[in-house]
Design a protein around this ligand. Structure first.
Ligand code: ADP
Ligand code: ASP
Ligand code: MG
Length: 458
């Protein structure tokens, strides 16, 4: 049963729309129709319109030329005002858009003088401010009571700017206090990706974080379902952009979906499943352009648990090779290495060890909203104090996701047959029953994914 009852017992759905779904007025109008078709969809979480966050990220870059800065702001204004101009009653939101755009201008100018993380996050958050104001207006234009709600009132995070950690308990309390009372009389449109720390400073959850925001709000609201509306009709057996013969999966378990998201299926932010699992909330993924195609349901329990579920790829991987003769028959080397990485807020991803070497991968999805990577000079220096460090870039991690992978005979033979022409830099298998991962050259990643997909699914 949901927290919101609106006078009668009913279910509550949180729907999230991604950037391409909000790219222009026509796309927004299609999303509004999806919402209006279901009276249970009370909370709508929006990303920035397609392209806007990338433009804002460029505005946070170092030493950006004044001419380019102005051009970027104009590009953002062009995307947003084009949507505004298509509204029947543009005046209603024009002042709001003007004020967001002048904030973008002020913040970007300020960052030129003094680059600092809080201002960067505030700047990055402006895309969602525009799209939420515009989208609420589109709903109102269709005769629906709707308003934009500033998610910073409820989405409390720590102060780790660029990659803030949500504070689940506080989010739940604030949601009950400030958001729930609004839901009986109107639909609420709010921002994904952004939050605020306890001083009120704006924070962001990392790129692609709107999926996570939607799941967090659903958890706080005890919603019955979260809908992730995007540009594909569900979760596919692999990225359909890489393998056109990829097919949509009707139903998938939380475990498998979490594994897919972690290992690169961009269709879901890796953290999205966590709140859904905690509250056993079903997640739906579908296409806002073609809702009639249906999509994928992510559920606690599913009927079908095949050995091979999907192939995923995570590009832009960094491999750290650590070599130390002290490791031989010694204790504590790994503990020391992990402690150093933890101090730099890096979680170890994949790891293999030999007598005097440790190899581990760092995942760029762990980078912050501004796209800044994880490897810093200070980290390398610290590691170099107790071992020899070699960094390899240009790698991609391909994962076969499924069930009972580690306990099904023949999986490795089948996979390695396909991989025969390729150089496999690292293999991880056995820790999880749900995946087998190989690290290959980035330039071969698409070929490897297509070959595996063809062999396992087509
Ligand atoms: P949004 O802007 O709606 O959040 P994203 O671009 O973040 O959308 O995610 C959707 C994209 O995820 C798809 O266009 C697709 O290319 C990619 N993708 C990667 N792996 C998968 C997969 N297994 N199934 C579906 N889409 C996938
Ligand atoms: N607008 C943010 C991004 O582009 C968040 C999101 O789309 O989920 O990363
Ligand atoms: Mg996304």
């Amino acid at each position: 049963m949901s927290a919101f009852r609106g006078g009668s017992v009913m279910s509550l759905i949180v729907a999230k729309f991604g950037g391409t779904s909000l790219a222009d007025y026509a796309a927004m109008s299609r999303c509004a129709d999806i919402i209006l078709a279901n009276p249970d969809t009370r909370v709508v979480v929006v990303s920035a319109s397609s392209g806007v966050t990338n433009l804002l990220v460029e505005l946070t870059h170092k030493n950006i030329a004044e001419e380019r800065r102005i051009q970027l702001i104009k590009q953002i204004a062009h995307i947003q005002f084009k949507i505004l101009d298509s509204l029947g009653n543009p005046q209603e939101v024009a002042a709001r858009l003007d004020s967001v755009l002048s904030r973008i201008s002020v913040l970007s100018e300020e960052l030129g003088q003094n680059r600092n993380k809080p201002s960067m996050d505030e700047l990055l958050a402006q895309g969602e401010q525009c799209s939420s104001a515009l989208f609420a207006a589109v709903l109102r234009e269709k005769g629906e009571a709707a308003s934009a709600f500033d998610v910073r009132q409820v989405m409390r995070t720590d102060s780790h700017f660029g990659r803030a950690e949500p504070q689940i308990e506080t989010i739940s309390q604030l949601t009950a206090e400030f958001l729930v009372p609004l839901l009986s009389s109107q639909r609420i449109v709010t921002q994904g990706f952004i939050g605020a720390d306890d001083t009120g400073a704006t924070t962001t959850l990392g790129r692609g974080g709107s999926d996570y925001s939607a799941a967090l709000l659903a958890e706080a609201l005890k919603a019955t379902a979260v809908e992730i509306w995007t540009d594909v009709a569900g979760i596919y057996t692999t990225d359909p952009r890489i393998a056109p013969k990829a097919s949509p999966i009707a139903e998938i378990s939380f475990n498998e979906a979490a594994e897919m998201a972690t290992f690169g299926a961009k269709v879901l932010h890796p953290a999205t499943i966590l709140p859904a699992v905690r509250q056993k909330i079903q997640v739906f993924v579908g296409s806002s352009r073609e809702p009639e195609l249906g999509g994928t349901w992510i559920r606690h329990q599913v009927e079908d648990t095949p050995v091979y579920r999907a192939v995923t790829v995570r590009r832009d991987q960094t491999l750290l090779n650590l070599h130390s003769l002290q490791m031989l028959h010694a204790q504590g080397f790994l503990a020391e290495t992990f402690a150093t990485l933890a101090r730099h807020k890096i979680s170890v991803d994949l790891i293999t060890t030999s007598e005097v070497n440790v190899s581990l991968t760092l995942d760029k999805t762990g980078s912050d909203s501004g796209g800044n990577g994880l490897l810093s000079e200070s980290l390398l220096q610290e590691l170099s104090q107790h071992c020899h460090v070699r960094v390899e870039e240009g790698l991609a991690l391909v994962a076969i996701v499924g069930n009972k992978i580690a306990s099904t005979p023949g999986v490795c033979r089948r996979v390695f047959e396909v991989l025969e022409p390729h150089n496999v830099r690292m293999i991880c298998q056995g820790a999880s029953p749900h995946n087998l991962c190989v690290l290959v050259a980035e330039s071969e990643a698409a070929l490897v994914v297509r070959a595996l997909h063809q062999n396992l699914f087509e």
